[in-house]
Write a protein that binds this ligand. Structure first.
Ligand code: HSE
Length: 313
């Protein structure tokens, strides 16, 4: 038996929502898992770059054996029902660029879990799958929208349970996703964050996240413009991302630009706008990166409302 799952890309954080906000985007990975009949063949993982507008995705440094994140997730699901994974053939057809802050690892974790769950006769419900995916990823902000679609607030509570709440993104707010050609691993991007932050910075983010939720719920552009600020991660990551500061600065005083934020752990960035010339956003960002000899892929995308879905059995 063979099961394929299509999973959207995701963008986490949205400025002040560090580790708890994320939205799904219409770029997809398709994960196929097949139980092979030949015993002793172990796990076989194939990663295939599906060229879209993005350059070929290079998987040279991605583990393709039992050490891969997708296998770990699948193994945890099997173990949760007292089983060991059988001989598995896993294919990932990938459109989501890796190590760019677009949830590629969350997508393979979610796709692997949903496919394996189907192969096992669906013993785990969405809550259980979210829980395993969060354990593998370390935080729920990418896996929640990858599973549920849309714009999601998520939290791993003290008892380990995962709370999710879907929010409605105002349709008239455009999201331009700016993807530079260079990679930045989440591990490196998290390694520059301090273990402790000043109380004033924690309060700063709490109030801006509260503003953000209210702004989205009431489609309040002015409030959202004020809300998209962060002191917990972006200032520390800026030094890892050439052009980030200049891109934020270029749009800071533009009417119609709601805000510019890092996508997840970066290096991709989101420019959120309302009734603004989208070509101008693209050329501004492209020019800044080009002046630093960095190629980029920039697209305005709608939020993907559908989460991961089984496309073939
Ligand atoms: N919230 C995470 C971070 C997303 O910013 O590190 C990346 O997995």
């Amino acid at each position: 038996m063979k099961v394929s799952v299509k999973v959207p890309a995701t963008s986490a954080n949205l400025g002040p929502g560090f580790d708890c906000l994320g939205l799904a985007l219409p770029i997809y990975n398709t994960i196929t898992i097949e139980e092979t009949v030949l015993p002793g063949t172990g796990v076989e993982i194939n990663l295939i770059s599906e060229k879209e507008n993005i350059d070929d995705i290079i998987f040279d440094n991605v583990p393709k054996d039992e050490n891969s994140i997708i296998y770990k997730a699948v193994e945890m699901l099997y173990n949760s029902i007292g089983q060991e994974p059988s001989e598995l053939k896993i294919n990932v057809q990938s459109q989501i660029p890796i190590t760019r802050g677009l949830g590629s690892s969350a997508s393979v974790v979610v796709g692997g879990l949903l496919a394996a769950n189907k192969l096992l006769g669906s013993p785990a419900d969405t809550t259980a799958l979210l829980s395993i995916a969060t354990e593998v990823e370390g935080h729920p902000d990418n896996v929640a929208p990858a599973i549920l679609g849309g714009f999601v607030l998520s939290s791993q509570e003290d008892d380990g349970s995962i709370l999710t709440e879907k929010l409605i993104w105002p349709d008239e707010w455009d999201i331009t996703v700016c993807i530079p050609e260079f990679e930045l691993s989440t591990n490196i991007s998290r390694s520059v964050l301090p273990e402790n932050v000043p109380m004033s910075d924690a309060v700063y983010n709490a109030k801006h996240l509260a503003m953000l939720i209210q702004a989205v719920n009431t489609k309040n552009v002015k409030l959202m413009k004020n809300a998209l600020k962060d002191k917990l991660h972006q200032p520390y990551r800026e030094k890892l991302i050439p052009g980030m500061k200049e891109i934020i600065e270029a749009f800071r005083h533009e009417d119609g630009i709601i805000g510019t934020v890092l996508s997840g752990a970066g290096p991709s960035m989101l420019v959120i706008s309302h009734k603004y010339d989208l070509d101008k956003i693209k050329s501004t960002v492209r020019d800044i990166w080009e002046s630093l000899s960095i190629k980029s892929d920039i697209r305005t995308l709608k939020i993907e409302d559908k989460g991961a879905e089984i496309v073939e059995e």
